[in-house]
Design a protein around this ligand. Structure first.
Ligand SMILES: Cc1cc2nc3c(=O)[nH]c(=O)nc-3n(C[C@H](O)[C@H](O)[C@H](O)COP(=O)(O)OP(=O)(O)OC[C@H]3O[C@@H](n4cnc5c(N)ncnc54)[C@H](O)[C@@H]3O)c2cc1C
Length: 406
């Protein structure tokens, strides 16, 4: 008998129903904690199945305690990548500097986690799938809060009513658009776009990253282990966010080919692999900054509410901590007080982490020859230094314990 069966037996009439949109990181983590507090949870995901792929992600600081409390920390420790070296290359492929990766990321060796994104989403899904309803291949079409709940129509044609709805549907959240209007109002574009996809490990790399730079452009291979595949990464400066390309993979491929068409080193091979890649992830390097994260009975969590951008390496950690805080804030409160408490206790943590951009990470991708030379000098001096340890922002929230409403 699952935990849900037990709870159903105890309070079948009183369980509050929550719909969560998005089954990546924030969505399943939120579903896990809501289920723990006695809610009846449905997760709707527009993809046909759980989506793997993407660059390895970091789980650090406060977020480590979230995954420990969920019981998935040992599984994630087994999946930890143990990246040993980060090597920067010049335009002609010669080495600029080779450093301990933690020196740049602010991670703590032996403590913080870096895991393939698919391993994390699969661990989260496994932890909750028996207790929560998942609807794949569907998405919210309309939301109507005029009654005593939220009436939802789904693209697949069904119609249901929930006590609350939460958008965990990422940077380009449709829930946010329905609730608060166009993304442009909240989208803080940081001047770059990036693409990630897998390709053959032709250089025989192992537990390391190689990054090539010219002003405004970066190309990298990230070798997770000793296997035949690497994560390819292309990052380029682009003055305006290409909103049209965000939803169009062919436009993304064309844009990348135009930006890197004359590039040397291994880039021609990367462009060839990109044409056939079936796991391309492309996005703007952007943050979402919103004055509030809920309206009525609908709230947002994770990237949908407060994407910090990959420059901070904190997107996944914010999603995990935000999910924990949102569920816990609702555990013993009605929706309005719960959403207010979630925001009150989480916003400072979010802001201090979003503000990490500009504290050095963006300088990894300089846009002028002079800035690139300065960055290279900085990297050469870093290569002689040990890693400085974790950043205070990563642990700037101490997780409370929450108790469910009786
Ligand atoms: C396939 C994939 C690859 C990624 N790769 C990278 C990467 O390489 N680098 C990086 O910095 N970040 C990447 N990300 C984003 C990263 O996972 C998030 O920044 C972070 O983990 C926060 O997670 P989230 O759950 O808030 O949002 P996300 O991980 O973006 O998840 C949002 C989820 O909502 C789903 N969804 C979107 N719209 C709807 C809708 N209308 N209805 C229902 N479901 C919807 C999406 O399919 C997705 O599963 C990737 C995300 C995905 C989905």
């Amino acid at each position: 008998m699952t935990r849900t069966d037990l709870l159903r037996g105890v309070r079948s009439t009183s369980r509050r129903k929550v719909l969560v949109s998005g089954a990546s990181v924030a969505g399943p983590a939120l579903a896990f904690w809501l289920n723990r507090y006695g809610f009846e949870v449905t997760v709707v995901e527009k993809a046909g199945a759980l989506r793997g792929g993407g660059y390895p992600i970091d789980v650090r600081g406060t977020a480590l305690e979230v995954v420990r409390r969920m019981g998935i920390l040992p599984r994630l420790r087994d999946a930890h990548i143990d990246l040993r070296r980060l090597t920067f290359l010049d335009e002609d492929g010669s080495e600029v500097a080779s450093i301990d990766p933690h020196t740049v990321t602010g991670g703590v060796a032996g403590q913080d986690l870096e895991v393939p994104r698919g391993d994390l989403t699969s661990a989260l899904y496994t932890a909750v799938r028996d207790d929560v309803e998942f609807m794949f291949n569907d998405s919210i079409d309309t939301l109507d809060q005029s009654g005593h709940g939220v009436d939802v129509t789904f693209r697949g044609g069904s119609r249901r009513t929930f006590d609350m709805v939460v958008g965990a549907d990422g940077l380009h959240s449709r829930t946010r658009e329905i609730l608060f209007g166009p993304e442009e109002q909240f989208h803080r574009y940081l001047g770059y776009c990036f693409a990630v996809f897998t390709m053959r490990n032709t250089l025989g790399l192992s537990h390391e990253t190689l990054m090539w730079n010219t002003p405004g452009r970066a190309a990298a291979f990230y070798a997770v282990g000793d296997n035949d595949e690497v994560h390819a990464f292309l990052n380029f400066a682009h003055p305006e966010p290409p909103f049209d390309a965000f939803r169009n993979p062919e436009a993304q491929r064309d844009l990348i080919a135009a930006e890197f068409g004359d590039a040397g080193w291994e880039v021609p091979g990367m462009l060839a692999a990109l044409r056939d890649a079936d796991d391309l992830f492309f996005d703007g390097v952007s943050q979402i900054r919103m004055p509030r994260w809920s309206s009525g009975r609908v709230a947002l969590v994770g990237d949908a509410a407060y994407a910090p951008s990959f420059l901070t390496g904190q997107g996944t950690s914010l999603a995990l901590v935000g999910a924990y805080m949102l569920a816990g804030s609702l555990a013993d409160r009605e929706h309005a007080a719960g959403f207010a408490a979630y925001e009150h206790h989480t916003r400072e943590f979010v802001t201090v982490n979003q503000d990490q951009v500009g504290e050095g990470d963006a300088t990894l991708f300089p846009t002028t020859a002079r800035a690139l030379e300065q960055r290279n000098d900085m990297l050469r001096s870093l290569s002689a230094m040990p890693s400085a340890g974790g950043r205070p922002a990563h642990s700037a929230l101490t997780l409370p314990a929450f108790t469910p409403m009786t």
